[in-house]
Design a protein around this ligand. Structure first.
Ligand SMILES: NC(=O)c1ccc[n+]([C@@H]2O[C@H](COP(=O)([O-])OP(=O)(O)OC[C@H]3O[C@@H](n4cnc5c(N)ncnc54)[C@H](O)[C@@H]3O)[C@@H](O)[C@H]2O)c1
Length: 395
């Protein structure tokens, strides 16, 4: 990527720019002055891990803005996305005398982005919001589209608003410090865009991956200039889906490819054993198998996905013992074993908790081929079980 990429995101509430370029962080003061004129104060929300790595960078660009600023630091992790922290943020914003025309900067991953945006959308009924994503998930997905959320009593995203940001700044150089586990998380979303919308994302990703034969593969990929173009393509696709269906009632559901299986796997295996990205990665393979078994897609579909998994060294089969460990963690009946049949049946059962399901119709996003998604309602339960079993390994 040799020049600034600009996406003009259009929504019913407001249009805003998504700016993408490595090193963009250094230009934040000028960008804010140009795009969000008239603000008097800056309120930046981040988490403690990010602050420990980027304290100097953050302070430097805030100082250069020449306005009073305050930094609110969350601990890191999903459980921080809660309503008690929102209250603490509101109280701190009041103490700082923040006004509607001032700016909230969400500087971090999806957790920071979701809670900061929730607070920004409700404080004084809506304050200017800059999303400044620092994880791959946040750069290609969560910072775009205006969904804000907090968890209530362990129910994920139980409360939230739709509130579009006023600006998104994406500097891919922040990915250089991301742990591998977090890169896999985001890479699953990148593959999803390729599977659902094509746009050469999978071939482009392949090209980058094959050029790195050894060493820290995923880290090398996300630090490669060619990968920044892939980020740009993903952001354009997300912005397009949001423009078509801002409130996620139809078209935008396509972005949930692999997620119905993935969420159910997360629920069945325990959230700490399988992270979201890994679960979605397995979920996409299960959705591909279901597409083939339902004669919607040709057999070659699965290979298109497994080829890229192989190159990226993303596991293709979910070990059965992940389900067993989950049972043994919660149960007190000794070392219980579970069969693939039982693991798959439990996963199908867990799908009924999916937000996209209603009491009458269970909506799945399947594929005719890469780039050719299709909604399928109430597919046969036995086929779902087979599709899941196919992707679990172990006895
Ligand atoms: N609003 C949406 O549309 C949407 C979409 C997808 C996901 N989400 C939400 O996003 C959240 C997940 O986001 P995530 O995957 O970014 O996780 P995260 O925000 O928890 O970040 C993952 C970890 O990476 C660390 N980190 C962040 N940036 C870093 C950097 N540059 N270098 C080193 N470490 C860094 C964080 O401190 C954290 O420990 C979930 O809560 C999910 O519900 C929201």
């Amino acid at each position: 990527m040799d020049k600034l990429r600009v996406i003009n995101a259009k929504t019913s509430n407001r249009d805003y720019k998504i700016l993408i370029n490595p090193g963009l962080c250094a230009q934040v003061p000028e960008i804010l002055e140009d795009t969000l004129r008239g603000f008097e104060k800056i309120y930046l929300i981040t988490d403690i891990t990010i602050l420990s790595i980027y304290k100097d960078t953050i302070n430097e660009f805030l100082e250069k803005c020449g306005k009073p600023y305050r930094i609110f630091t969350l601990k890191q992790g999903e459980e921080q996305k809660n309503i008690d922290n929102v209250k603490k943020i509101y109280e701190d914003m009041l103490d700082f005398n923040l006004h509607r025309n001032d700016i909230v900067i969400a500087f971090g991953g999806g957790v920071v982005g979701d809670i900061a945006a929730f607070a920004a959308s409700t404080f004084h009924r809506g304050i200017k919001l800059l999303q400044f994503p620092t994880t791959l998930v946040a750069q290609v997905d969560s910072s775009i589209g205006g969904k804000t959320a907090v968890n209530i009593n362990n129910v994920k995203n139980a409360a939230g608003t739709f509130y579009q940001p006023h600006l998104i700044i994406i500097d891919p150089l922040f990915l250089n410090t991301l742990p591998e586990r977090e890169i896999i998380n985001g890479m699953a979303e990148v593959i999803k865009y390729g599977a659902v919308f094509n746009k050469n994302i999978l071939p482009d990703l392949k090209k980058v991956a094959v050029s790195f034969k050894s060493g820290s593969l995923l880290k090398s990929i996300v630090s490669d200039i060619r990968f920044y173009e892939i980020i740009y393509k993903c952001c354009r696709l997300k912005a397009m889906a949001v423009k078509k269906d801002e409130y996620d009632t139809g078209f935008r559901n396509l972005l949930n490819f692999g997620h119905t299986f993935g969420h159910a796997l997360e629920k069945e295996t325990g959230l700490d054993l399988l992270n979201h990205g890994q679960a979605v990665a397995y979920g996409m393979l299960m959705a591909a198998d279901a597409s083939i078994m339902l004669n919607i897609a040709k057999a070659g579909l699965k290979k298109k996905l497994t080829d890229i998994y192989m190159l990226l060294k993303i596991p293709e089969k979910l070990p059965l013992n992940v389900f067993c460990q989950s049972i043994n963690k919660t149960g007190n009946n000794g070392n219980k074993q579970i069969s693939r049949d039982l693991a798959a049946a439990g996963t199908v059962q867990s799908m009924s908790f999916d937000k996209k399901f209603s009491s009458k119709s269970n909506k799945f996003i399947l594929l005719r081929d890469t780039g050719r998604p299709v909604f399928v309602y109430n597919p046969d339960r036995d086929i779902l079980i087979e599709a899941i079993k196919n992707n679990i390994t172990g006895e």
